[in-house]
Design a protein around this ligand. Sequence first.
Ligand code: SF4
Length: 622
Amino acid sequence: MVWLILVYNLDGGKMAITKTKFINYSRCPRYVALDDLKKEKLDSMISIDKYKKEEEFEHIAELLSGMFDDEGNDLIDVKNEHLETMMPYYNKVEILAGELASKYFSGNFKFSKSTYNQESFDAVIDNIRYLCYVDIYNENNDGINIIEVKATTTKKYLNLGSKEQSIFLKDEKGIYRLIEDLGYDIEDYMPVKVYERNKAKLFDRFTSCGHYIYDIAVQRFIIENDMKSHGDKRNVRYYLAVLNSNYVFDGKYKDGEAIYDTINGEDIIAYIDVTSITRDLMDKIYLDSQKIKRYIDDLSGSRVALGEYCEYKKTVKCKFCKLCFDVLPKEHSILCYMNNNFGFKDGNTKYDVFDLINDGKVSMLDIPSSMLNREKNRIQRECVVSGEPYINKNKIKGGLKMIRYPLYHLDFETFPCPLPRYKGERPYSQSVFQFSLHIERKEGVCDLEKDHYGYLAADHLDHRLELVKLMCELIPDDGMVLVYNDSFEKTRLKELAYIFPEYKEKLLKIRDNVFDLMNIVKTNSSLYERLGYSKEEARMFNYYHPDMDGSFSIKKVLPLFSNLTYKGMEVGNGVEAMVTYASFPKLLPFDYKHKYTKLTEYCRQDTYAMFAVLDGLRKSVK
Ligand code: SF4
């Protein structure tokens, strides 16, 4: 959906604000002023092409939040033009949702990829004119259905509830509705408390599931006011159309295009009824519109308190984070305390990290040790004070003793495509397109080029079998496989084992032989307890350096043990690797060859970095 808000100023001028702007303008007063410092600039009408462009970036941010956790530091530095590579995937989701809607809803439909052919609503409320475009508009004898398409999955909604049961259930047509909206007794499914606690997350616009609910609630606000002004009393229901995380693609194609038929009763798109949820949000949306009006009238660029509304480090973060968060020092800021939320205590009073920042406590050293609840945070602080690393040599030595040679350093690159591309995949499956392997033949002996092996898919055809075959040939049954942060690689190996039954036994063996280098750098409680360490010591990290600033990512750890660097690499992080691969079909031969080489170099660096860290760790405890 795309929508505009046009504000009539007292002098009769018009101000145009896109949908993205409503969501952003309601964050804080400063955003409005920073976005358009000159009032005259706000008075101009916005072109349809400009707001379509703004919408595109929002869709891209939504796509990326489906692809990555909202902690991805990497995302901050990736260029928008790279991310635009993702747009065709969003457009395809929109088309599929429109085509499938007739299976779930009767009557006439209006939907289009372009806003020019979409149904629109507009309303003037308190001198502000609002206009919205609807993704899928459906009219039938019962009234109107408004369907908003989002490139996210059902997973985050179906995960709300008890362990066994979501707060949403399918009705007889297959549409997800709240248990209470189906007229069922909640207690038959879960304790009411559990239900209410989970449902409350839908009303928080800063949670991953509440984000989309807030969006469609704003749309409802405009539609209701438009209809009221015309005396239109028809019944309107509101739905989210999202990717179905239970859908497993069967690998059927026509003319090279994936065909998403109904499989085992599941469709690629699922529809969620959010009518009662958005109704309960109407008062809040009205208050937010009032807030925006005040912010526009005041147009003050003064600093305001930082808070969760900044959505710092999320894919949907405020675009002015860089500017407003300049109060934080570049190194050792208070946000570098691991698990910092409510980790600070003074007597019986607990402090939120933003309360402290707004109170001027911006650096790690602004927090006295006595206010740090956690031992890990106290060690972080001590490291900053001394400038020295914390090392538990015995634990590191214990971990190193478990390593067997030859050692196989393994890493995958994946493309979490919103739409499954190959047989056995679901929406946002981490589709493996590359593996990199460095073989450390004996302790400390590994050459960047000579000991490197790997496979990088040349195009977007399904190359998983070739990749699996080569990997299985290179790694012997009993070879120890070293990875960094094992849950990712282990899950991929397990998925590939079930997709390729002929390699299942071998792939599961590789998976069983995986050892996580992070166990030695950070720790692994159960592993170190098995080695005889107390619960407390096993839980405590093995190594911490002040330069890590709370992160154990390989990119942070590598410079502590080696001169190897990702700086200056054309493909220098996971997101750039993914968008480079995604761009392959569009590249001209010369560019393709160049990008293929750069991507290969990046992947090679990832496994050599593991060797370098391991080697550095060995030397640090000698
Ligand atoms: S970063 Fe936070 S404080 Fe700054 S403009 Fe954005 S929302 Fe407001």
